[in-house]
Write a protein that binds this ligand. Structure first.
Ligand code: FES
Ligand SMILES: [Fe+2]
Length: 451
């Protein structure tokens, strides 16, 4: 396979062509780990997964294992899960509570603030030469707790997380805020779905930028009607509420892509849970309350989005955060947790839990449809013949406006602009451009003429 270093050339936004090598090539994958995943902000987990001092979960940053934990002073940390002695993982569990992480290899132990606190036979074997402070666990350069979701980067010079999100923040908020419009107030419930799928991480990340074109893949699920208020021939509340909504596909500087919608001004609550009055009342109350709190802004409702590079969210039903961890050029380790209003009654939590299980994850009906596509598309990039032919990203070229009707580079017709911008940003990282350049496109002052 010919290897090129011209990443901008491989993702040709002018002609809407993307080289299949970027989904298959080992060298490109290893450069991604270095240039994309050591710089960008990555989702680690959620504070409600570690409510008590000493609580921890394992997560990932790129292809590397990390620990998210809470120290005895309630401070949250993200550490590389590698012993500073000889590299063994100091934490072999998905979650738990501990005072120290004791390495299984030679038993160095580290407190939950990362400090090296125990070295077997230290006095006899190391005399005074071991500077324990220096051999603490390796901690991320920046960490940010955004409405309970925990993010981190290895790059000290990366823009702070809020600046990095830019206008995408307003849409991520729709997943992290309570349904009644209060800031935050969501919690992770149930465990984390983790599984491995034979697809390149960029394929699902791009899909969640707003590939609404693929809805044909889910026709069987739509016919059955698996939504919490759906049934055979009945789409359910979410879709009924959006019949007259204007769909919005929006790109933001930094490569984030969003699909949200704007409801008409006269939109009303639609009853959907007549046989479950507690649930009905909760959703009705939240709907009214959100309008009161947010006014015009309550008209914006979320579908999905990707925060560059590999964090995606579902904003409505289900509400979830998901990471597509690179696990090889043709493999992703996927992890997803679900969010619900902390204050929601048990009946609502039960209802959405059952829905989330049948919708998403390795056994979820909708996600199975998606994975079939992602996996086969990825596999095609290995074909000796197929890899000579680029993918087509020519949909709705140039059909966007700037900051109209909402901030961002906005298309009101189905588009692959978000995907084109995602890959343009990817090329900037791959070519080691500085943060100024990475965060400067799409140029939000441009008029609609493609990229
Ligand atoms: S590798 Fe951890 S104590 Fe040796
Ligand atoms: Fe899908």
């Amino acid at each position: 396979m010919a290897e090129k270093d011209n990443y901008s050339g491989m993702v040709d936004g002018i002609n809407g062509l993307i080289d299949r090598q970027i989904f298959a090539n080992e060298k490109i994958y290893s450069i991604e780990l270095e240039r994309v995943f050591t710089r960008s902000w990555l989702l680690i987990g959620h504070e409600t997964q570690i409510p008590n001092n000493g609580d921890f979960i394992s997560s990932r940053m790129g292809a590397e294992s990390v620990i998210l934990c809470r120290d005895p002073n309630r401070k949250i940390h993200v550490f590389l899960n590698t012993c500073t002695h000889r590299g063994m993982k100091v934490c072999l569990y998905d979650e738990g509570n501990t005072a120290t992480f004791t390495c299984p290899f030679h038993a160095w132990s580290f407190a939950t603030d990362g400090k090296l606190v125990g070295v077997p036979h230290e006095k006899d074997l190391y005399s005074k030469s071991l500077d324990k402070e220096k051999w603490s666990l390796i901690e991320v350069a920046q960490m940010y707790n955004y409405k309970g979701s925990i993010w981190a980067t290895w790059d000290k010079s990366a823009p702070n997380f809020i600046e990095y999100l830019g206008g995408a923040k307003d849409h991520l908020d729709l997943a992290l805020d309570s349904l009644d419009g209060s800031e935050g107030g969501t919690e992770v419930f149930g465990g984390v779905h983790k599984w491995i799928s034979p697809c390149n991480w960029k394929v699902p990340a791009e899909n969640f930028c707003g590939d609404s074109y693929h809805n044909v893949s889910h026709i069987s699920v739509d016919m059955v009607g698996i939504g919490p208020s759906a049934g055979s021939g009945e789409k359910g509340r979410r879709d009924n509420e959006l019949v007259d909504a204007q769909h919005l596909w929006i790109s933001f500087p930094g490569g984030h892509g969003i699909h949200s919608a704007m409801k008409p001004a006269n939109n009303e609550y639609i009853e959907a849970y007549k046989d479950n009055p507690i649930v009905e009342e909760y959703y009705r109350h939240c709907y009214k309350e959100r309008e009161l709190k947010l006014g015009e802004r309550a008209r914006i409702v979320p579908f999905v989005g990707t925060i560059f590079p590999n964090t995606s969210f579902h904003g409505r039903q289900p509400r979830a955060l998901c990471s597509w961890h690179p696990n090889g050029p043709q493999s992703s380790q996927i992890s997803r947790f679900f969010l619900v209003d902390k204050a929601a009654p048990k009946e609502v939590k039960d209802l959405v839990r059952r829905y989330y299980m049948r919708y998403a994850g390795p056994a979820g009906m909708t996600e199975q449809d998606d994975m079939e596509n992602w996996n086969q598309a990825t596999a095609s990039c290995n074909g000796a013949i197929a890899r000579r032919f680029p993918f087509n990203y020519q949909q709705s070229m140039g059909d966007y406006k700037i900051n109209d009707p909402v901030p961002g580079m906005v298309s009101t017709q189905m588009t692959e602009e978000n995907a084109r911008q995602f890959y343009k940003c990817w090329a900037s990282y791959m070519e080691s451009q500085d943060w100024g350049k990475i965060m400067s496109h799409p140029a939000q002052t441009a008029t609609g003429n493609g990229i």
